[in-house]
Design a binder for this molecule. Sequence first.
Ligand code: CA
Length: 250
Amino acid sequence: MKILIIEDEKLLVKGLKKSLEQEGFKVSVAYDGQEGIEVFETGGFDFVILDLMLPKLDGISVCRQMRQNSDVPIIMLTAKDGDIDKILGLELGADDYMTKPFNTRELIARIRAITRRLEKIEKSNKARKSIYKSGNLRVDIESRTVYRDDQRFKDAMGPTVDMESGTVYRDNVRIELTPKEFDILELLIRNKGRVFSREKIFELIWQEPCLDTRTIDVHVKNLRDKLKELEPDTTMIETKWGVGYYFKKD
Ligand code: CA
């Protein structure tokens, strides 16, 4: 993990750098706000420790400038308690602050806590965004694939019969959708339970006014047929008569 310290008190920087390096961090240093921005723009920093009172460009301006195109975690350092209100009041987007003099152990603990929290958020965002489920159906938005994930047929190759219901399933693997079919499925499954009119689906996916709603009906029919191959027993895309289509809620 690469950390940038922007701080003009050389002695403080020296001690902090040493402690952070002992913890396994890679540390770069800048001694004024202007230099801080320049070093930051060379890229690759995972964390910034930023002093409030700095020569050339103060910490608030530095923080603002960084936030314009980066959400790197920032801990602000302040000399007096009174500054805290100032920092918080400005809604700078700093992740935390510490008042000098501070305990280096505590600073490191906070760096680790913030990093862990951000990693967790990132992870759950990713998981939430990339795979949508409905029964055994999986829609992977990133790779744009649709497949079954049914543990009963985990190792099956080719058609499989569920002895209990007598249903014949095709591969447990995946089905091929056309790009437009996938777009429609993605729209509906991302918004389970919400009804979309044919016109709205067309406008959202084709990005132009809908002239013929039958286009949507044809695509939805094909999509349903393909999904039925995966899950013969369930209708996942429902029709709301006179309104449009929606994906059934679990
Ligand atoms: Ca200072």
